[in-house]
Design a protein around this ligand. Structure first.
Ligand SMILES: Cc1cc2nc3c(=O)[nH]c(=O)nc-3n(C[C@H](O)[C@H](O)[C@H](O)COP(=O)(O)OP(=O)(O)OC[C@H]3O[C@@H](n4cnc5c(N)ncnc54)[C@H](O)[C@@H]3O)c2cc1C
Length: 394
């Protein structure tokens, strides 16, 4: 039933981050080429994905309390799955993704309980963390002033922008920019059947995937779905720019299960080094602080715990971003990727971690339960979506 004005897709994905893009690739690989469209309201990666630190977690960050748990184990198989894609042997060719570092360091603050530190060297982790000898300490910790322990964990850190660009490549012709303020769902018997565009064109789809991060809340409401509910967990990240800073890819071990800081190292558009800082500093109290207070808190933290690093003349800024997830009773992140069928034809999806995108796409594909149809879809007359930029690219 394709005519000039109507498009008939099998699947419309709404969203433009890692969840939407990985799902688009899974659909393409399953033979849906030309039968699906991805519709984003902003450049690809805007939202959480380009704000991510790019760590392909294997879960140890969630074991800082000294024991493995559901969260740490849900992530355990993800580094291997990404590694295959990075090596060109996996489900998506990610050989073009920039690997910023091939591991993360776990480093302890002085006075951290010895049983927590010794857990990381224990057999329970079966080789997932390896103790680093003092003579092998990397430049950022190569000082007698640092007296803690360091472990190496095999968790790659990837450049989020190149992840988005490489995921977009195979599906670029199916990724469209849409303005929701000028578009609307066509609903029939309480379910979405299409998206009506300002042009008068309607994009019909048999199934919809809501993979719009924070936008999923509004999409669910627009279709009249009351469940699942969404929760937002805000972060107030710190960005430190200074030429010549050493690489600093790390998870700090303190005396609580939450790392005091998580650090990654990037480059801005002019090649200047950027330390990107998250972790406990960016959560709860950090969210309440205004930018000036957050920066001075971070400056005090570095002066106290890493006084040997010369941050004089560094440019400090902060960035606020919300993590969007399904609502949980405790308000904590649910352990694995989340996708659920809503009504007859919608899958709602939150990966909860960039690293969990492959797992999420598996769930979405299983939930869609659809074979590609042979109808002609018609041509979507919307602009092709462009790739977004990280916040430190001015
Ligand atoms: C500061 C920070 C650091 C993080 N670091 C890591 C990390 O190191 N490792 C890790 O594994 N995870 C990390 N995460 C988590 C990870 O970034 C997210 O789980 C993941 O990126 C979510 O992807 P998404 O595609 O669901 O959402 P998003 O990336 O938020 O994408 C949603 C997209 O949908 C679009 N959209 C919204 N509404 C609509 C609409 N109505 N119509 C069309 N499009 C719409 C938005 O423009 C956006 O591009 C981090 C998160 C944050 C906030």
């Amino acid at each position: 039933m394709s005519d000039e004005k109507n498009i008939n897709l099998d699947v419309a994905i709404i969203g433009g981050g890692v969840a939407a893009l990985w799902t688009a690739n899974a659909l393409k690989n399953a033979g849906f080429g030309g039968r699906f469209g991805l519709f984003t309201n902003a450049p690809l990666g805007s939202g959480q994905s380009l704000a991510a630190q790019g760590v392909i977690h294997g879960g140890l960050k969630y074991a800082l309390g000294g024991k493995l748990n559901e969260s740490s184990e849900a992530l355990a198989s993800m580094p291997g799955r990404w590694a295959d894609c990075l090596a060109g042997k996996g489900e998506i060719d990610l050989t073009g993704v920039q690997v910023l570092n091939d591991h993360q360091l776990l480093w302890s603050l002085p006075g951290v309980l010895s049983q927590v530190v010794s857990f990381f060297g224990s057999k329970a982790l079966s080789g997932r963390a390896e103790s680093v000898k003092r003579e092998d300490f990397p430049p950022v910790f190569d000082t007698p002033e640092y007296r803690g322990k360091i472990f190496k964990i095999e968790e790659r850190v990837l450049d989020p922008q190149s992840i988005i660009a490489e995921l977009a490549k195979p599906v670029a012709e199916s990724c469209f920019q849409i303005h929701w303020d000028k578009a609307d769902f066509v609903l029939e018997n309480g379910k979405p059947v299409g998206i009506r565009l300002e042009s008068g064109e309607t994009i019909f789809a048999k199934k919809f995937v809501f993979a719009a991060g924070k936008g999923n809340g509004e999409l669910l409401a627009a279709c009249g779905f009351e469940r699942p509910q969404m929760q937002l967990r805000p972060l107030h990240q710190v960005v430190i720019k200074k030429a010549g800073l050493p690489d600093f890819f790390s998870v700090c071990i303190g005396n609580t299960p939450k790392p005091p800081i998580v650090s990654t190292t990037h480059a801005d558009s002019e090649g200047c080094t950027v330390w990107y800082i998250g972790g406990d500093l960016a959560e709860a109290d950090g969210v309440v602080r205004d930018e000036v207070d957050q920066i001075s808190t971070a400056q005090r933290w570095f002066a106290k715990h890493m006084p040997w690093i010369d941050l004089a003349g560094a440019e400090w800024s902060t960035m606020r971003v919300d993590r969007a997830e399904p609502k949980t009773e405790s308000g904590a992140r649910q352990p694995g990727a989340y996708c659920e069928k809503v009504g007859e034809n919608v899958m709602v999806a939150w990966p909860t971690k960039l690293a969990l995108a492959p797992d999420l796409a598996d769930g979405v594909m299983a939930g869609l339960g659809l074979e590609p149809s042979i109808e002609v879809a018609g041509e979507v007359l919307l602009p092709i979506a462009v790739i977004g930029k990280p916040v430190w690219f001015k």
